[in-house]
Write a protein that binds this ligand. Structure first.
Ligand code: SF4
Length: 580
């Protein structure tokens, strides 16, 4: 189906939807919609036509669910009733009139990157797409201008090396998206049941340790998914990451699909060289990290294989229960062998597998690589990581930082999954100037202890799911710990996430806090608080943390974190023994 539908076709389409939904509601569900708008309602003489067009794969999967006795969840019904791309012009008109979206339209807007976040903020948040997290200085400054003109005048860096702008009023929704287009950016597919921002190694192309430059792979996959309508509207959201095996972790093990650059040695079933190893099923909020499939790919094959993996998921993912609809649950039900056999069927060929002993061990990562000054593989050049207070910058700071990138670096801003960014291509002679100019903005390139690894999701200030003000509490914890434990001499990651969606990936932090309402009276009054996990890890030490405390009041969180850090310092054998 084309994205623009004629008036008469739209009428037939709506009539078809109505019949389908009526049939569905009464349990009959005999009416089939088709991608090509073919007729075929209940009682029609001719058998229903097969769905065609890019939406057919989804329609068939929904039909299969209903035929098996399943009840589609609301989001599936919304997708079915009106594809969010077909509804775009209606959404624009309603937003321009200042209308606040109904839940189903809030869901549809997310296909365009806009999230209505009332009641916490009576406005939209826009999440962009920035493949590999890299953008030009003028794009960075342009986002700041848009945040001033249409949003709250500030910008957040997310844990998918992406940018978000908040407090966008309804009438500013489309002008904001238009402004992104003007500066060569997009938010298409950034929310809802779509493939999210493509992450890659932040130090791609400048890192002496890397095996492979992830930038062309991330950009190619970004364009692949952006331009294929059948890859929108999955059973649930989906994450893909490319890690070049550089010094800075990409956290690919927390993605549904992770591609890890590895060196295959002599004696394997494939010629020696650099390949992408395929890991699958990461979803840290559901306590699972991606697992090695044993498959290695030529880098140029990643798109086709990821595409096949996702199509198997589209056809077989759960469309009835949002809590069980991620790809992990198909993998759990089927096992890796069955799932990968289905992928190979789709591809029409076998994938190469290599035994672990034929893969060189990956080099260790550096937990401070995203902060401070680091020599690039290009002699005389450096990257410089700037610490942002839980990812937040004012638009004035963003513009000034963009100017630094243009005047002292290679003009690029590289966002990281650690909610910060690095300048790249800074000559030795310019490093001191960069540091001084960053300091003058009230930011820093120097951080130790927990400040460098402090990650917090949006939290209660802007997200209706949050049980606690994660960003606010994160800064209070950091301030407290810096005074109370000044001798902390190693990086310790503290992640605060507001709810089970785990946007800040609390389960892989050294210390993870997940928002919880804490009951403080017999009448059931509650205050903000957290459950606490410890011992999570990533990169060469991947691990899901273990819960040690429940229902800690937020006001007590700083002293609990302090106690954990004091215990670590007292009990460790030396600084080489990590918190984990
Ligand atoms: Fe919102 Fe929950 Fe995500 Fe935090 S983890 S931003 S509270 S959805």
């Amino acid at each position: 189906m084309s994205e623009t539908t004629t008036q008469s076709a739209a009428g037939a389409f709506e009539a078809e939807q109505k019949r389908y939904l009526e049939g569905f509601a009464s349990g009959i569900a005999a009416v089939r919609m088709t991608g090509g708008l073919a007729a075929g309602g209940a009682g029609a003489a001719a058998p229903p036509a097969e769905p065609t067009g890019p939406d057919a794969i989804h329609i068939k999967a929904q039909d299969k669910t209903v035929k098996a006795g399943g009840k589609l969840c609301d989001q599936e019904k919304w997708k079915r009733a009106e594809n969010p791309f077909d509804g775009h012009n209606r959404l624009i008109q309603e937003a321009a009139a200042g209308k606040q979206p109904k839940p189903e339209d809030n869901f549809r807007w997310r296909y365009h990157g806009l999230f209505w976040v009332a009641p916490n903020q009576v406005s939209y948040m826009c999440r962009l797409r920035i493949p590999n997290g890299i953008l030009h200085h003028w794009q960075f400054a342009g986002v700041a201008d848009l945040a001033d003109e249409h949003g709250g005048g500030y910008v957040h860096v997310t844990t998918r090396a992406n940018l978000q702008v908040r407090e966008i009023g309804p009438e500013h929704a489309q002008p904001f998206l238009d402004g992104l287009t003007d500066i060569g950016l997009t938010a298409r597919g950034a929310g809802a049941d779509n493939i999210r921002n493509v992450t890659g190694s932040s130090t791609a192309g400048i890192d002496a340790q890397e095996l492979l430059d992830t930038r062309p792979l991330a950009k190619s996959w970004h364009n692949w998914i952006l331009n294929d309508r059948s890859l929108y509207g999955l059973p649930r959201k989906f994450n893909v990451a490319f890690d070049g095996s550089g010094v800075m972790p990409t956290l690919e093990e927390t993605n549904d699909i992770g591609f890890q650059a590895v060196e295959v040695l002599d004696g394997a079933s494939v010629p020696p060289g650099i390949y992408m190893r395929l890991v699958l099923g990461g979803i840290s909020g559901h306590r699972d990290l991606a697992r090695d499939t044993g498959i290695v790919l030529k880098p140029e094959d990643c798109n086709a294989v990821a595409d096949a993996i996702i199509r198997v998921f589209i056809e077989n993912g759960d469309r009835t229960n949002r809590n069980k609809s991620r790809m992990k649950y198909v993998l759990d039900a089927w096992g890796f062998d069955k799932y990968l056999a289905a992928v190979e069927d789709k591809l029409g060929r076998k994938l190469d597998r290599v035994a672990p002993e034929h893969v060189a061990p990956r080099k260790a990562t550096d937990r401070y690589a995203h902060v401070g000054v680091h020599a690039q593989k290009q002699p005389g050049l450096n990257w410089v990581g700037v610490v942002l207070p839980v990812g937040k910058m004012t638009s004035d700071q963003v513009r000034a930082l963009a100017k630094i990138a243009a005047e002292c670096g290679d003009g690029q801003i590289r966002l990281t999954v650690w909610q910060n960014f690095i300048f790249s291509g800074v000559p030795d002679a310019k490093v001191a100037e960069v540091e001084a100019r960053v300091d003058a903005l009230g930011l820093t390139t120097k951080a130790a202890g927990i400040r460098s690894g402090l990650v917090a999701c949006t939290g209660a200030k802007g997200c209706k799911f949050a049980a606690s003000d994660t960003k606010g509490h994160a800064l209070i914890i950091a301030d407290h710990v810096e005074k109370a434990v000044p001798n902390l001499d190693v990086p310790v990651n503290v992640h605060l996430t507001g709810c089970h969606h785990s946007c800040a990936q609390h389960y892989i932090g050294d210390i993870g806090l997940i928002g919880a309402k804490v009951v403080v009276s017999e009448e059931g009054d509650t205050v903000e608080g957290y459950d606490v996990v410890v011992g999570g890890g990533f990169a060469e030490n991947p691990k899901i943390g273990t819960e040690i405390w429940q229902a800690v009041k937020a006001e007590d969180a700083p002293s609990r974190v302090e106690a954990l850090l004091r215990a670590y310092l007292a009990l460790r054998q030396g600084p080489e023994e990590s918190f984990q």
